[in-house]
Design a protein around this ligand. Structure first.
Ligand SMILES: *Cc1c(COP(=O)(O)O)cnc(C)c1O
Length: 402
């Protein structure tokens, strides 16, 4: 027994969560944190000794393990070793960091770019560096947790608009003092739903109300636009976003986050954002891998075409079985289950049929909207996608969703 009393609420919270995990494990309904033993060709993985089709990966273009990218990482290790032993501002900056930032700027049609050690840290630090007490920040209700945390940490007036509801955003902008500093933020592609933000309208509103616009492209780089450059290319908007944020951990098979934008903005962030100044630089191998990956995307446009075909096949197949894939238009494909337990049961049935999908439940999504969150990539084979659609359909009939 823990000697602390029953009024110890930290202990109580920890115990409650542990009980929930243990109970799910006992029922065979716990699927998080499963180690992947091996990554196999064609988006297959070995988990618990079984080969499964992987439908939970963010490697949208299938770049993980790409020979050119692996080779770039190896060379960087030979040249620079495995760590940076310091922050960018002092001894941590290597030529590979400068090259990577130039590559990102070029890819995003921006003047300059800055990198951080994760996408999460990027949102936290960028939002809280740009706005503070007395300023206003406007955020979509379904924005990623890292944006929400950045807004809270900033101390700015935090206004949340209904998901993708530009009328509501406009009302909130109108209600803020005209001369207050304003920042509007949204995901380009929403990470739990797969739908796309109404960027053209958002750009118009930001201009009308003198607000800065920040877009998180975690799930749109390599996914949207003919050449995979993201949401501006998708809408044919040119340079419309002030703060183009993205991660190096999804389509780009590395780790880290970035912001691309005007040179002045990047210089400012380099000298004012705490995650840049007080946290170690990206390891050389990861910077080199990311740098090469952006080049591979431009050199191998077939991957984007295949991703689009596979996305259409997957969504269409699931819908024609009568499943609810919500508003998705991209490679993130939710399959609505309802209650948490239904989503867990669906997961078990799918994994028993060698389809690796995972459930997303509250509080990550609203209660009653628990779902499987399946993702499809450029390198899934069409027959394999067909097999997965059938397996998901069968699972849905077993647990009573269909
Ligand atoms: C994954 C994700 C992040 C965080 O990126 P990491 O590089 O994994 O820290 C930020 N925003 C969105 C929308 C994401 O999906």
């Amino acid at each position: 027994m823990d000697p602390r009393s029953a009024t110890d609420s930290i202990g109580r919270r920890i115990r409650a969560l542990n009980e929930r995990v243990t109970s799910l494990q006992a029922q065979g309904l716990y699927f998080y944190n499963q180690p992947v033993q091996e990554i196999l060709p064609g988006m297959k993985v070995r988990v618990n000794g079984r080969v499964m089709g992987m439908y939970a990966s963010y490697s949208y273009l299938g770049l993980i393990g790409h020979p050119r990218i692996n080779e770039a990482a190896r060379k960087a290790i030979e040249r620079f070793g495995t760590g940076t032993n310091g922050v960018r501002t002092l001894a941590g900056t290597l030529t590979i960091h400068a090259e990577l930032e130039e590559t990102i700027a070029h890819f995003k049609h921006a003047e300059a770019a800055i990198t951080f050690s994760s996408g999460y840290a990027t949102n936290l630090t960028v939002v809280s560096t740009l706005v503070g007490r007395g300023d206003y920040v406007f955020s979509d209700k379904l924005n990623h947790a890292s944006i929400v945390d950045g807004c809270l940490m900033s101390g700015a007036e935090f206004r949340r608009f209904r998901h993708n509801d530009m009328k509501h955003l406009e009302t909130l902008l109108q209600n803020a003092p005209p001369d207050a500093a304003k920042l509007v933020i949204a995901d380009a592609v929403f990470s739990m739903d797969g739908d796309i933000i109404d960027l053209p309208k958002m750009v118009e509103l930001c201009r009308k109300y003198n607000a800065w616009l920040m877009i998180d492209e975690a799930h749109s780089v390599g996914v949207l636009g003919k050449t995979g450059r993201g949401i501006e290319e998708h809408f044919g908007l040119g340079n419309a976003i002030d703060i183009k944020m993205g991660t190096l951990s999804k389509t780009i098979p590395s780790v880290g986050g970035y912001v691309a934008g005007r040179k002045e903005l990047i210089t400012y962030l380099r000298h004012a954002s705490r995650a840049y100044i007080f946290s170690a630089a990206l390891p050389p191998a990861q910077a080199a891998a990311a740098n090469e990956a952006f080049k591979v995307i431009l050199d191998e446009p077939w991957r984007i075409e295949r991703l689009n075909q596979n996305t259409q096949q997957f969504i269409h197949g699931l819908k024609s079985l009568g499943l609810d894939t919500m508003q998705t238009q991209t490679a993130i494909v939710p399959v609505l289950c309802g209650e948490d337990e239904k989503a867990f049961a669906m997961t078990r049935e799918c994994q028993l049929n060698d389809v690796f999908v995972l459930p997303v439940v509250s509080p990550a999504v609203p209660e009653g909207l628990s779902r499987l969150r399946a993702t499809v990539t450029a390198i899934h084979e069409p027959q394999e996608i067909e097999r997965a659609i059938e397996a998901i359909g069968q699972a849905a009939r077993r647990v009573g969703i269909l």
